[in-house]
Ligand binder design. Structure first.
Ligand code: NAP
Length: 350
């Protein structure tokens, strides 16, 4: 397959227009957006004008776009209850596909997505761009120095932003996906945390809804045990509070020091490392600044997907349905635990 891949977009909403298209346009030697479909055609036509897609490549239905021989792969950005059906269509048309997160709307669909992905050699990717953040690799370099790791604190809290362009979408305010905002944004946080401390085994959590606009519970305070280890931790997530500074960090504690991954300021993530087994033996704090581009991982996610498609090797994919399954399973476990007044519950495995 040529290394310049032609992309067909399904769902030309905000994220397609404001993030995916600019990311593709940054790599003209690798990607060309050549076709589009959207439920409301006028929006697809506006998108096509921006992307220089000819009008005859703006399709009236998904099957039309997927039948287009010029399209090498599909990029679907829909409310996620449509992910499974869209993947089934892509497989039927023998097209690789990348879909937006979370992996699916519920655990039954998430399981089906993993099974569909296992059933084909086509690359099927989930757009969990936080898996591609450089701060994960930078922090991982220091884990052995502070180890053994014993615990972590994760915190992602922020104020409710009434006019946020994403928060005001109808499908987010009336979610068909479990967890609503907790899974919409929470899977990103879970990508960061589980990449560094491992997958979760059991959780105990309380969730509640603060804003009616959220349509579902919008904050979670949980405790966690990591799979196949003694590591314990806490996970806090919610952007539904009143005025407060945005505070997004993961602190990992070891017997021999600690690592702070602070992404509160998205444009300047910082890693702080302290090594030493006691206060008295602590070395000077190290501060490692991490490069980040505007796409916050999307560019790297696309380059990874490009490689898997161009080499026809799905094993190269970093953001698979199986990995994304765990992130949604944790949100499901938080909700189940909260419904049981904070009992410890097992995170569903696959
Ligand atoms: N990775 C990230 O950081 C990130 C950030 C933002 C969004 N996303 C993901 O990107 C996807 C799109 O989100 P968005 O923010 O761009 O939302 P959006 O602007 O509301 O776009 C949603 C798209 O889905 C279409 N759609 C909605 N309901 C539909 C239905 N019943 N049948 C067929 N099509 C339907 C909409 O078509 P109409 O134009 O006809 O309504 C629109 O094209 C979501 O999966 C979201 O999770 C990811």
């Amino acid at each position: 397959m040529s290394s310049n891949l032609n992309v067909g977009i399904v769902g030309t909403g905000i994220f397609a227009r404001d993030r995916h298209l600019p990311s593709y346009q940054e790599y003209p030697d690798k990607f060309k957006v050549v076709a589009a479909f959207n439920r409301t055609k006028s929006k697809a036509l506006e998108f096509a004008a921006k992307a220089s897609i000819p009008e005859d490549k703006v399709y009236d239905d998904v099957d039309g776009l997927m039948s287009d021989k010029d399209v090498d792969y599909i990029d679907a950005l829909l409310p996620v209850q449509f992910n499974v059906d869209t993947v089934k269509k892509a497989i039927a048309h023998n097209k690789p596909i990348i879909l937006e997160k979370p992996v699916a709307a519920n655990m039954k669909q998430a399981r089906e997505m993993v099974e569909l992905s296992d059933s084909t050699e086509l690359p099927i990717g989930i757009g969990e761009n936080w898996l591609f953040l450089d701060c994960i690799q930078e922090a991982a370099k220091h884990l052995d120095r502070i180890g053994p790791v014993v615990a972590f604190t994760h915190n992602s809290t922020g104020p409710f932003v009434r006019d946020n362009k994403y928060l005001t979408t109808n499908w987010r305010q009336n979610p068909e996906h479990i967890g609503g905002f907790l899974s919409d944004g929470g899977v990103h946080q879970l990508a960061l945390v589980t990449s560094l401390v491992g997958e979760f085994d059991t959780v105990s959590a309380l969730t509640r809804q603060i804003r009616k606009e959220s349509g579902a519970d919008d904050i979670v305070f949980g405790t966690v045990k990591v799979k196949d280890s003694d590591v314990i931790g806490s996970f806090t997530y919610g952007s539904a509070f009143g005025a407060t500074e945005k505070s997004v960090f993961l602190k990992i504690y070891g017997v021999n020091g600690s690592i702070l991954v602070d992404v509160s300021n998205k444009t300047e993530p910082v890693i702080k490392v302290r090594v030493g087994d006691f206060l008295e033996t602590a070395q000077k704090e190290e501060v490692h600044k991490v490069e980040v581009d505007d796409s916050f991982g999307v560019n790297k996610e696309f380059l990874n997907f490009h490689e898997a498609v161009a080499k026809r090797d799905k094993t190269l994919l970093k953001s698979t349905p199986r990995i994304a399954f765990h992130h949604l399973a944790v949100v499901a476990a938080f909700l189940e635990s909260s419904a049981k007044k904070g009992d410890h519950v097992q995170v569903e495995r696959i």
